[in-house]
Write a protein that binds this ligand. Structure first.
Ligand SMILES: Nc1nc2c(c(=O)[nH]1)N[C@H]1C(S)=C(S)[C@@H](COP(=O)(O)O)O[C@H]1N2
Ligand SMILES: [Mo]
Length: 505
């Protein structure tokens, strides 16, 4: 009896381990901090009543966490063997086990703070591996059972398949670990990095209008929106980074990280936003960037009068074409090395990215940038321009209501409204709010250090009982009033007025 059951249990265990390995490797490659097993362990810790946790710690000391992970793995092995044995019955029975474990993992991963869509991927990869590998092994077993005369040959086939699964499982887990180790190395050198000339500074107090619920004027790095096409984040150690500047220049150069940070450091508050931001959306942030002005660099190299753009390429093969004029005029277009006084986070372009005030990110803000070709728009076409977006991407004037939130109930009478407005490199002259199509009321504005940042606004209006529609519009320092005409984000940025519905009682 045991000899008949063992291969079935073994098939389940091998398939299970193969799925754990692919999911672990996926988590490492995607640089997700927690692989699903760790997420489950963390959930167990969170769900363990304090007294029990203390008991565990007093008995196990620092071994509490390894013991927990080991315990989870032992339970998983039991489940895997169980799934294997279930395969002797109907084909779908083991699926119940795979689905149940995947659901548990999913619940654990989603309960983590700041988990997103990509965090689910390792579980998906693991589940697919379970089903695929397990059916292959079960197939090999079944064929052996149906044709007893072939049993010994089929057993050899099964053992070979099982051996191959075991070897690739170890290899995949090892490769995942290796990739993860590379990332950990870059992350630790990032954390230890001190860049001369990079300072930490609080935002000027007058930038805040003091109304709770408005996005903070300074966006914390961990809250800054992230947009890129990278599946696995490029991890580049500063000593491995360089930027080649070539094309229509008198002198071509390749800058190392040391060369770059040895130059004059410029620090400036700049709001960056994504062309895909919908009216009222959150793909925008404002931080203090530190870096080297691109205008000064290019002036040193001598740019040909024929050039009108710089074609930028990133380490991960993304590219965009940026108008030369925006890189060489008086604005602080820079090769940024720090965000809010800290080396760029890896997901925001470590070690070096471009930031250009007044342009959407898709035509300017190349993360992990490694190549600048000074050239012309005739020949240079950016990644998103290739897909139908505009070649030039100046930021459109926009404004957003942060308080109250649409759908909120408020007390009738005096109601405070507030939010942000932006038109980088032109500046905001005024913000106006309108209730139910009535008169436009001017809001108070926070102070800003330059025209390159967003502005907080707030206004208190008398709101009678009932349901109301509230809209906001901004007026630029150039006199342009934000349009109410609705446009989609493509091809060059959304327009329309952010409108909320509130109910006063
Ligand atoms: N390498 C690389 N850089 C990139 C992108 C990208 O996909 N790859 N996306 C751009 C876009 S569309 C935007 S809006 C900004 C977003 O920068 P963030 O993720 O730091 O907010 O990066 C830009 N730089
Ligand atoms: Mo973007």
């Amino acid at each position: 009896m045991t000899t008949r059951r063992t291969p079935w249990a073994l098939a389940g265990v091998l398939a299970g381990l193969a799925g754990l390995a692919t999911s672990y490797a996926t988590a490492n490659v995607l640089s997700i901090r927690e692989s699903p097993v760790v997420a489950v362990a963390e959930s167990v810790i969170k769900l363990t009543p304090g007294a029990a946790a203390e008991r565990a710690i007093s008995v196990l000391g620092h071994y509490d966490k390894p013991a927990l992970v080991t315990g989870i793995l032992v339970i998983l092995l039991g489940c895997f063997a169980g799934a294997g044995l279930l395969a002797r019955g109907a084909w779908w029975r083991p699926m119940l086990v795979w689905a149940a474990i995947a659901a548990l993992g999913l619940a654990a991963v989603l309960s983590l703070p700041s988990s997103g869509a990509t965090d689910i991927l390792p579980i998906g990869v693991g589940a697919v591996t379970w089903v695929a590998v397990h059916s292959a092994l079960v197939d090999a077993l079944r064929r052996g059972r149906q044709r007893p005369e072939l049993e010994s040959r089929e057993r050899r086939v099964f053992l070979m398949v099982a051996g191959a699964v075991a070897v690739s499982t170890v290899a995949i887990a090892g490769a995942g670990r290796f990739v993860g180790a590379g990332r950990r190395h870059v992350e630790s050198s990032r954390r230890l990095l001190r860049i001369p000339g990079v300072t930490r500074r609080q935002p000027p107090p007058a930038t805040s209008v003091g109304l709770k619920g408005i996005a903070p004027w300074q966006t914390p790095n961990e809250d800054f929106y992230r947009i890129d096409t990278a599946i696995a984040l490029p991890t580049i150690a500063p000593e491995d980074w360089s930027l080649r500047i070539h094309g229509l220049v008198d002198r071509e150069v390749t800058l190392s990280y040391a060369d770059l940070v040895a130059r004059q450091m410029t620090e400036s508050w700049i709001t960056l936003n994504c062309v895909s931001n919908e009216v009222g959306g959150g793909l925008i942030g404002n931080v203090r960037w530190s870096g080297v002005r691109i205008a000064d660099l290019l002036a040193d190299l001598g740019v040909s009068a024929d050039a009108d753009c710089v074609f930028q390429t990133s380490h991960d093969g993304w590219y965009c074409a940026t108008p030369l004029a925006a890189l060489t005029d008086d604005r602080d277009a820079m090769l940024a090395v720090a965000m809010n006084g800290r080396p760029l986070p890896i997901e925001h372009g470590f070690p070096v990215r471009t930031v250009v005030p007044g342009l959407y990110g898709y035509v300017s803000a190349t993360k992990w940038v490694v190549d600048y070709e000074v050239t012309t728009f005739d020949t240079a076409v950016g990644y998103w321009t290739d897909k139908g977006w505009s070649a030039e991407g100046p930021v459109k004037i926009a404004s957003r209501i942060d308080v109250p939130r649409s759908g909120d109930g408020v007390a009738a009478g005096e109601v405070s409204f507030g939010g942000v407005a932006w038109r980088q490199h032109t500046g905001i002259e005024a913000v106006e709010v309108q209730v139910d199509g009535g008169p436009w009321e001017r809001a108070d504005l926070g102070e800003v250090p330059s025209v390159d940042t967003w502005v907080q606004w707030a206004v208190t209006l008398d709101v009678p009982e009932g349901d109301h529609e509230v809209r906001v519009r901004a007026i630029g320092k150039d006199g342009e009033t934000q349009t109410s005409a609705i446009a989609r984000p493509d091809p060059d940025g959304s327009t329309g007025l952010h409108t909320i519905e509130i109910s006063a009682s």
